[in-house]
Every structure is written in C-alpha cells, then in structure tokens.
Design a protein around this ligand. Structure first.
Ligand code: NAD
Length: 342
C-alpha cells in the first residue's frame, strides 16, 4: 500500500517534486489541485491522474469525499499555505506544506490547531532533513565530533536579475509573487535564508536566544520595493555559539561553515538542490546525490502507513520555530536593536 498524494499548486517546485517521486516506494501521485485547466490536462497525461482526482481551488473541499487521496502537498505561494493546509485538514487529509510554513506566527498556530483538531498530521517540506550530507553535518555538530561548535556562517543567495540591464518587472504579476509582500511575507529571508537558519539550528541542536540583523543595500529599488534584496543576521545560542546568516536576491552565494573546538566542517555548495561539495578539517565530506523529494515523501509516507507520529524536526511546530526566528530577524533589522527569543 502507498500513501496517495494530491499536489496543490503546479508551479516550478511542484514539477520537481512530481518528477522526483516517480518510482517512490510508499507514495503515489494520485491527484492534483490547480487553477489552470491547461496544467490539469498536461499533468493528467504525464502522470496518469484520474479525472475524479483533479480539483481546482474552488471545488477543492470536495476532496473530503475522495477516499483515494490520503495526503495533500501544498506548493503554493507562502501566503496561501495557511488556507490550503486548513482546508486539507478539514477534509481529513494529512498535509505537507512547503517552507516557509506561513507568513506569520498566528497563521502557523492556526494551521497546527486545524491539523490537531482534525486528527491529521502536518509536515513542512524540509527536504534537507533527509539528505545524507546534511544528516552528517547535523551529526558532526550535535555529537560534537570536533568538539563544541563555536561559530557558524551560513549563506544562500541567488542573483535573480541583471543589475546592469535592470529588466523591468511587474511585481503584481503572479509570476513574481516572491516580490509581492502580501503573497511572500518577505524577501530572500523567507525563501532562502530559512535554510541557513535551519542549518545553524540542526548543526547545534539548539534554539537561538537572541538575534541582531541588518538589511543590505537595495540595488534595484523598483524590483525590491516591498521585500528586502539582501539581509544579514547574527544568532546567539545557549551554548555561546554564534551563527552569522546571510541571504540575497542580488548575488550568488551558497556556503555553510562550522568552526568547533578541535576542527571544522563546511559545505559549498550545500543548500541548493545538490550535488554538494564538503570537507572537514580531517578530509572530504561527500555523499552520492539522492532524489531528495522522493526520500522525503517515502519517509513521511512510511510513518503514516504505520500509523506513527512524524518526527518533531519536520512538523508544524518546527515550521513555527523558523517563523518566530524570521520575525525576530526582521524586527532586529527594522529597529537596529537586539531581539530576544526566549
Ligand atoms: P511558482 O511560482 O513556480 O509556483 C506557484 C504556483 O502557485 C503556480 O502554479 C501558480 O499558478 C500557483 N498560484 C496559485 N495562486 C497563486 C497566486 N495568487 N499568485 C501566484 N501563484 C499562484 O513557485 P515555486 O517556486 O514552485 O514555490 C512554491 C512554494 O514552494 C513556495 O512556498 C516556495 O517557498 C516553495 N519552494 C520550496 C523549495 C524547496 O526546495 N523545498 C523550492 C522552491 C520553492
């Protein structure tokens, strides 16, 4: 038996998930939810999806009557995660939502409550929690293989536009939802910086107690009129460890470095889709690439089939922790003051 999954929102990442999960042992792509009829036709043919398992955003709630769908994967713009997680929960379906979980703490709490009330499980699409290189840096840090980690640097950024050409963009276009604060909740911190926050947290196995932060330069004021172009932040942890984070839509960067009492380890690249390059102070750190989304869905589905609880590090509570930290980082950058997280 497999968990039958419906993907909600058929954009770029949904395509990556659907391709990756082909050949999955425990999860089957059984349904879709889309507002675009032409995509419904394409996906129906490509993945052999029965007509009765195709929904749009209006008739989606009818999924409650569809016993052939066990779980919904919400891969919509960030501000739509809440609505579709809650509608899935009310329809009695387990649900995975993409990161960031939602655009504020209140939304996360409502999502967790809806899933608890309806006795369904909620997971966040933290694909790197299943990736061997990341499981290894988590082990190196948390098992103190090189002693206590004292300092982490983690950055992820992509140059998303040409600074010279300054291609005009319509920030109200659905294609540019990431630049529209109502839809995205924020800029690269929500989209990419969340991976740096995650890496720092799972290398240390600790939660930050305070943050400071600074917005970077806005080179394209038209494009970044609502969301930040770049932001840097510093997190202090109970052990005394410090983590510097950095994210941008204006330049390319992808590296994570941890310095511990008796050595160090690092990945570059390490937060994109892979393959990853890494090393420790003792030698190379490299694992064969895996199908990340397939592994993620297989592990989640296997636990659901066994009627087991999903592990804490991928649940809604985990997603909420990241949103609280992101909130604190924005507050620190806006006020120029240290923000406490305790
Ligand atoms: P995308 O723009 O490619 O896809 C968004 C989809 O939502 C499109 O199919 C669009 O038609 C649909 N949509 C429905 N209502 C919309 C509206 N009001 N405005 C705009 N689009 C609307 O985006 P994406 O890159 O696939 O990102 C979707 C989600 O997946 C985001 O939450 C993002 O953070 C997450 N994501 C995760 C990863 C990962 O590695 N885990 C990678 C990329 C994206």
């Amino acid at each position: 038996k497999k968990i039958n999954l419906a993907i909600c929102g058929l954009g770029i990442y949904a395509n990556i998930v659907a391709e990756s999960m082909q050949g999955s042992e425990y999860c089957h792509l059984a349904g879709i939810v889309t507002g675009t009829p032409s995509k419904a036709v394409k996906w129906k043919d490509r993945y052999n999806i029965p007509e009765k398992n195709i929904y749009n955003y209006e008739n989606f709630d009818e999924i409650i009557n569809n016993k052939d769908i066990d779980m919904v994967y919400v891969i919509l713009p960030n501000s739509l995660h809440k609505e579709f997680v809650i509608r899935s929960a009310k329809a009695g379906k387990h649900v995975i939502t993409e990161k960031p979980m939602a655009i504020n703490v209140k939304e996360c709490e409502e999502m967790i409550k809806a899933c608890n009330d309806n006795k369904v499980q909620l997971a966040i699409g933290y694909r790197l929690h299943y990736e061997p290189t990341h499981l290894e840096i988590k082990r190196l840090g948390q098992e103190k293989v090189f002693g206590q980690v004292r300092y982490i640097e983690s950055s992820l950024g992509y140059k998303t536009y040409d600074t010279i050409a300054k291609t005009p963009v319509d920030i109200n276009s659905p294609a540019n939802w990431r630049l529209n604060k109502k839809l995205s909740g924020g800029g690269p911190l929500m989209d990419l910086g969340i991976y740096c926050i995650q890496a720092s947290r799972y290398i240390l196995g600790e939660e930050p107690i305070s943050v400071t932060a600074q917005f970077g330069t806005i080179n394209d004021k038209n494009r970044f009129s609502e969301t930040e172009e770049s932001i840097s932040w510093q997190m202090k942890f109970p052990s005394g460890a410090m983590a510097n984070g950095n994210t941008s839509c204006g330049y390319n960067i992808d590296r994570t470095y941890a310095s511990a009492d008796y050595g160090s380890f690092e990945l570059s690249p390490g937060l994109s889709y892979g393959p990853y390059e890494g090393k420790t102070s003792k030698g190379p750190l490299k694992f064969p690439p895996i199908k990340q989304q397939q592994k993620q869905l297989d592990e989640i589905s296997k636990l659901l089939l066994e009627n087991k609880q999903l592990p804490n590090h991928i649940t809604g509570e985990e997603g909420l922790k990241d949103i609280k930290i992101i909130n604190a980082i924005y507050k620190a950058a806006e006020t120029g003051k240290k923000v406490s997280l305790s």
